[in-house]
Design a protein around this ligand. Structure first.
Ligand code: TXA
Ligand code: MG
Length: 334
C-alpha cells in the first residue's frame, strides 16, 4: 500500500522542520531532506554515518526545478538527456547553483541531480516545491533498501519518517553521468545503460573504471569505493562454470551457505538457494532484497553466482558492478 495524502502531509511537516523522510523511487529508497538547508543535510550525513567527502544527489520534480534551484549551467546534452530519461534513473553531474549549500556537494563545485520516477515522491517534490537530497536510505556502506521495511529496520520512526511506496521496480541505483565539462563519462554505472545514453547523445561516453579512481583523479564518485553495498556475512562471487566445484564443497560442509543463482540449482542441507531471474533487469530488481534475506539467516557465507550472459554489456554492467562491490572473488573455500 502506497503512502496517501495523509502520510505525504506528515512528511512535508517533517521536511519543513528540517527533519528526514525516506522516499520511494524506481531505483532504491532515498533518505530525503531539504537540499537548500545545510542543517537538514548535515542530519542526513549523521544518520547514515556517511564520510564527509561523499556528495549527495539532489532530487527534483523535473528539469525546471533543476534549472531554477540546483544547477548553474544547463548544456544542450542535459536538456536532451532529461527529455529522454526523466523521470528516471539518470543522475546528471553539473556545475552547482549558488543556493545549494556546501554540505550537499562536500564543498565541490558540481552537483548530481535527478528526477525520480515514483508517483509518491513526485507528489512530495511538487508540493514541497524545493529539491530534496536523497542518498540511498541505508547506513553508509551497507545494502541499499528496496522496500519500506528495509529502511525501518535501520532507522527509528523518530529519526526517519518512511513513506511506503512498495518494492522498488529497478532495484539498483541510478547511473551517475559527468556533464560538468570535458568528455561525458559514466562515474557510476546504473539502471540507465551506456548504450541508451549513447543512443540519445549520438556520441560514445566514457565508462567508469573498475576501481575508486578514474585516471588518477581523487574519488571522482566516492560511491565507487571498492567495498560498498555489502551484507554482513562473508559474501563471495563466482561464475556459473565454478558451480560444480562449489556444490562439491557444500556437500562436505555443515555450516550453512546461501547461494544466489539463476535456474534450477539444488544444494544439500543445511544450505539454501535463493532463485534469481536470468535477465539483467530481473536480477537487478531482486539483488539487494535477496542479499538482505540471505544475510538475515546469519549464514556462514553468501555465494552469488553470476550468469555467463552478456558480460559487461547493457544493464549487466551495473549488476556486475554492484555484485563486485558487495563480494570478494571466491577462493575455492566454503
Ligand atoms: O538511484 C539513486 O541514485 C539513489 C536514489 C535514492 O535516487 N540515490 C543514491 O544516492 O544512490 P547515493 O548517495 O547512495 O549515491 C550517490 C552517488 C555516489 O556515488 C556519489 O559519490 C555520487 O553519486 N555523486 C553525488 N554527487 C556527485 C558529484 N557532484 N560528483 C560526482 N559524484 C557525485
Ligand atoms: Mg548509496
Amino acid at each position: 500500500m502506497s503512502a496517501g495524502p495523509e502520510e505525504i502531509a506528515r512528511a512535508l511537516e517533517r521536511l519543513s522542520g528540517g527533519g528526514v523522510v525516506a522516499f520511494p523511487t524506481e531505483t532504491v529508497y532515498g533518505l530525503g531532506a531539504d537540499a537548500l538547508s545545510g542543517a537538514a543535510v548535515r542530519r542526513v550525513f549523521e544518520l547514515k554515518g556517511r564520510p564527509s567527502n561523499n556528495p549527495l544527489i539532489v532530487h527534483v520534480s523535473g528539469a525546471e526545478m533543476a534549472r531554477e534551484m540546483v544547477v548553474a549551467a544547463w548544456p544542450a546534452e542535459a536538456e536532451e538527456l532529461a527529455r529522454a530519461f526523466w523521470p528516471g534513473p539518470l543522475t546528471l553531474v553539473l556545475p552547482k547553483a549558488g543556493g545549494i549549500p556546501d554540505e550537499v556537494t562536500c564543498g565541490g563545485p558540481t552537483v548530481g541531480v535527478r528526477c525520480p520516477d515514483h508517483a509518491v515522491t513526485l507528489t512530495l517534490l511538487d508540493v514541497f516545491g524545493r529539491p530534496l537530497v536523497g542518498p540511498s536510505a541505508n547506513p553508509s556502506g551497507g545494502v541499499s533498501p528496496t522496500r519500506a521495511e528495509h529502511v525501518a529496520a535501520s532507522f527509528s520512526e523518530e529519526q526517519v519518517l518512511v513513506l511506503d511506496g512498495g518494492a522498488c521496480r529497478g532495484g539498483i541505483e541510478s547511473t551517475v553521468l559527468w556533464l560538468a565539462g570535458g568528455p561525458v563519462r559514466i562515474l557510476r554505472p546504473g539502471l540507465a545503460t551506456a548504450e541508451e545514453i549513447e543512443g540519445v547523445l549520438g556520441v560514445q561516453v566514457g565508462r567508469a573504471g573498475g576501481g575508486a579512481r578514474v585516471e588518477g583523479e581523487v574519488l571522482a564518485s566516492p560511491g565507487m569505493l571498492e567495498r560498498h553495498y555489502a551484507p554482513s556475512a562473508r559474501a563471495v562471487r563466482l561464475s556459473e562454470s565454478e558451480m560444480p566445484e562449489l556444490l562439491a564443497r557444500l556437500a562436505e560442509r555443515s555450516a550453512p551457505v546461501v547461494v544466489l543463482a539463476c535456474g534450477e540449482v539444488e544444494v544439500p542441507r543445511p544450505h539454501v538457494v535463493i532463485g534469481m531471474p536470468g535477465d539483467a533487469a530481473g536480477f537487478a530488481a531482486r539483488l539487494y532484497d535477496a542479499l538482505r534475506t540471505a544475510d538475515a539467516g546469519g549464514p556462514s557465507m553468501i555465494a552469488v553466482v553470476l550468469p555467463e550472459a552478456a558480460r559487461g554489456k547493457g544493464l549487466w554492467a551495473a549488476v556486475e558492478d554492484r555484485v563486485r562491490r558487495a563480494t570478494t572473488a571466491w577462493d575455492g573455500e566454503a
